[in-house]
Design a binder for this molecule. Structure first.
Ligand SMILES: [Zn+2]
Length: 378
């Protein structure tokens, strides 16, 4: 119900009944309970065909808040959102190398962050911690995150969820763009790996072991480069930000022109900046990566019959338009359902923060629409 109100922005009780198939009295009861909880409120009236004005209801954004922490390789991004997914606070702090007692540090960060923002503690529904997905052959990453979850929850006294960064980013984009739950919605998250998130019927699709959306290991070449996962020609070997940095470092001209010797993230940003500023070689490197990524995107779109795809993640922060342009052109030629329905390819408005925003949205969704969060106790 909250999900329908969220995607409609404002809606009357009659329209809610028509959309959900519930009876008017049921709708009135549910809306009354949601108003008592402060989650929705009446925000005015609109005329109706029968002359009687309809009272409109909408989500009350400040009724609940969610907090998300994105553990990146070098930084911790902290985000707080309201019920609509609107960002109410953001902070990026460096991560200490070889962090000792990370649960203590994260718990302290949570308390400081929510206090600085003046969020009423009783309205903060919890914390979600997101990190890059498990590396094949190193299952300890998942176990570590699950262990961390319990330790942090014990310290802060509110529910703690964990999720992979790409899946969280997809939910964040779905929620804050007010995408209707009827739409088959997907996200491609470009970073040092390539993740995907899929939202069906308003819920994140998680697979058998919370590992759905491993776009990184979709093969685009059966005789291609070997990948540590055991497969050949995985798209990650051609289109991840790490692969792009390697390709640029192998180009003597680019190597001489751009400073590519620092961290991988800094080198990638230098390539992206040069590409959008008209450096033809830098553009070519990114465009090739975009083409490879688009091949994997076709497989994803065809497999799931998606209607809308959003590109997000740090890899599209500076030169996202190069990826979006290439992917639109590629999908217009290759998407199987292209003659039956449109496929929209969009760029995230906040690609670097998308995973943190998505984490915070995960908390909000678990609080106000718990039926959309299978395994929400995870
Ligand atoms: Zn692979």
């Amino acid at each position: 119900m909250v999900d329908v109100v969220r995607s409609a922005v404002t809606i009357s009780r009659g329209e809610l009944a028509a959309l959900t198939g519930l009876t008017q009295p049921s709708i009135s009861n549910i809306v009354r309970d949601l108003m008592t909880d402060g989650i929705v409120h009446e925000i005015g009236q609109a005329g109706s065909a029968h002359g009687r004005p309809r009272r409109l209801i909408a989500i009350n954004p400040a009724s609940r808040f969610g907090v998300g922490f994105h553990l990146g390789p070098e930084t911790l991004t902290c985000v707080a959102v309201d019920v609509t997914g609107g960002v109410v606070g953001r902070e990026v702090v460096p991560r200490a190398p070889g962090e000792i007692r990370p649960a203590d540090r994260l718990a302290r960060r949570f308390t400081d962050f929510t206090r600085c923002l003046d969020l009423p503690p009783e309205r903060v529904e919890g914390l979600a911690i997101v990190a890059p997905t498990v590396v094949p052959g190193r299952p300890d990453t998942a176990a570590a995150l699950t262990g961390l979850r319990a330790e942090v929850a014990e310290r802060i006294g509110v529910p703690v969820l964990v999720e992979n960064d790409a899946a969280a980013a997809a939910l964040g984009e779905f929620w804050s763009r007010r995408v209707s739950r009827e739409q088959a919605f997907g996200c491609v998250y470009l970073s040092t790996g390539i993740g995907a998130g899929i939202v069906f019927g308003g819920a994140l699709y998680r697979g058998a072991s919370f590992d759905a959306g491993e776009l990184s290991h979709v093969s685009i070449d059966y005789a291609g480069r070997p990948c540590p996962c055991g497969n050949l020609g995985c798209v990650e070997q051609y289109a991840s930000t790490a692969a792009t940095v390697t390709a640029a470092r192998d180009d003597p001209g680019l190597r001489a022109r751009l400073s590519l010797d620092g961290s991988e993230a800094a080198a990638y940003d230098a390539i992206a900046r040069a590409a959008v500023n008209g450096d033809p070689e830098a553009y070519a490197v990114l465009d090739r990566a975009a083409e490879h990524l688009s091949m994997a995107a076709t497989s994803m779109v065809n497999l799931l019959d998606l209607g809308r795809l959003v590109l997000t993640g740090p890899g599209v922060a500076l030169a996202g338009s190069i990826y979006a342009r290439r992917m639109r052109a590629h999908l217009e030629r290759t998407a199987h359902a292209r003659h039956r329905h449109t496929l929209t390819v969009e760029l995230s408005a906040q690609p670097r923060d998308a995973a943190g925003i998505g984490a915070a949205v995960l908390v909000v969704q678990a609080a106000v629409a718990p039926d959309h969060t299978p395994g929400g106790d995870r």
